[in-house]
Design a protein around this ligand. Structure first.
Ligand code: PLP
Length: 424
């Protein structure tokens, strides 16, 4: 197919007529397809059922004799720390086990900084201005935390190997109101990008003007590969240590998309000084998290090989869905120069960029034909995509047949909106 920009007005017009016929064909089917949910499908969830069948008596006693049914153990059972330290490639002393949600840990980390400050620094809420760098497109719930606390968000562009580090280095070193940066360093949400070693090294070597600047390293998709040749991510905590910056990073992850979203285990890794300070307020906040669930995860997965084998089964379910999406994108949009998209090696999303100022219209047109897409703009701070072009596709949840129809409708909508724009 020729580039749309090379088509004459008549050719574009006849293209629109053909597309409208297909579009109306779908519209008549009165479909209701939901593409918004970056959730595992039920087949994936079924895979972890066995974990819930471990008898209670096997979950009662931790290796050190702790009665998991009772109160106690603030920051995680040693065996849970050992398992997830392996997953995050940190030392057992560098990890805290949380509750069922890493987002909750991130929210708490920001909330603590706002109300109590970090390692003796002024509480952020007492400062005139607090700003966060937000590599975008990014995860809307990170941005929502900033918005709630009145933290001003500064967009940083994503490049193929991670955030634009020239901008990050400049802003962080010049401006002490910049207190943090959100990073999803592996199979990023939504771009599916894994930060290169150079980006990790530059991130670790930042020289922030604010001494209480923190990198919020949300490694939500650390083991969520879709390929036999997975991306590899350099260890940021080790890199920060080498650069003399060991307090600069907070790492987060969870088993939400390994075992059960909403009923998994979350974790945070950081330097001893950071974790000691966090434990001091955590001990006021809770007597301890769910040790039964921690032991259940340890008994089920056993070690990192257990987690990897389980993730391979997730990939067996997900890979065909991602392949289907990519195939339709290529067939419908390839070579037309009206859209670009990523081909992720892992994670949960495919990120589609339309021509500028088209995403909202595409969202509306798709909706009119029964396909609900993630709101255009949601992947940017304040819900405002400055170029109105990014659409997050979440292929995991819908069955293949629904997914196929939804992506076809999305692609027809992209072509219609682009062709009409070019004719206008
Ligand atoms: N971080 C990222 C980047 C995510 O995409 C998600 C969920 O989609 C989460 C965190 C939520 O994690 P949790 O379920 O551990 O709160």
């Amino acid at each position: 197919m020729n580039k749309y920009s090379a088509l004459s007005k008549n050719e574009l017009q006849s293209e629109i007529e053909k597309l409208e016929k297909r579009y109306n064909g779908y519209k008549e089917q009165k479909l209701k397809l939901d593409m918004t949910r970056g959730k595992p499908c039920s087949q994936q969830l079924d895979m972890s059922t066995e974990m819930l069948e471990i008898p209670a008596k096997e979950l009662r006693k931790a290796a050190d004799g702790t009665d998991t049914f009772n109160y106690g153990v603030l920051d995680g059972l040693p065996e849970a720390k050992a398992l997830f330290a392996e997953m995050l490639e940190v030392d057992k002393s560098e990890i805290i086990i949380g509750g069922n949600s890493s987002l909750n840990l991130m929210y708490d980390a920001v909330g603590r900084a706002m109300s109590l400050g970090i390692l003796g620094g002024t509480p952020w809420s007492k400062l005139d201005k607090v700003r966060f760098l937000c590599p975008s497109p990014g995860y809307d719930r990170h941005f929502a935390i900033c918005e709630l606390f009145g933290i001003e968000m500064v967009i940083v562009d994503m490049k193929p190997d991670g955030p634009d580090m020239d901008t990050v280095e400049k802003l962080v070193s010049e401006d002490d109101s910049i207190k943090g940066i959100w990073c999803v360093p592996k199979y990023s949400n939504p771009d599916g990008i894994t930060y290169s070693d150079q980006v990790v090294d530059r991130m670790a070597a930042l020289k922030p003007k604010a001494k209480d600047f923190r990198i919020f390293w949300d490694n939500a998709y650390c083991v969520h590969h879709l390929s036999d040749k997975p991306d590899s991510l350099k260890n940021i905590l080790a890199a920060c240590k080498s650069a003399g910056n060991e307090n600069m990073v907070y790492m987060f992850s969870s088993t939400s998309k390994i075992s059960f979203p909403g009923a998994g285990i979350s974790m945070m890794a950081a330097s001893a000084e950071n974790l000691n300070s966090i434990r001091k307020s955590m001990t006021i906040q809770t007597i301890g998290h769910d040790k039964i669930n921690q032991l259940r995860h340890v008994k089920y997965f056993k070690d990192i090989d257990g987690i990897s084998a389980h993730m391979k089964k997730h990939a067996d379910i997900l890979k065909p869905k991602f392949d289907l999406v990519l195939e339709i994108l290529e067939t419908e949009l390839g070579g037309k120069d009206i859209a670009s998209w990523n081909k992720p090696n892992g994670g949960y999303f495919v990120s589609l960029n339309t021509l500028d100022n088209c995403a909202k219209e595409v969202e509306k047109l798709s909706l009119d034909a029964g396909v609900v897409l993630t709101k255009a703009g949601a992947t940017y701070p304040y819900g405002k995509d400055p170029r109105d072009r990014n659409i997050r596709i979440a292929p995991t949840m819908p069955p293949a047949e629904e997914l196929k129809k939804a992506i076809e409708i999305l692609c027809i909508s992209v072509q219609l909106v682009s062709a009409k724009k070019m004719l206008a």
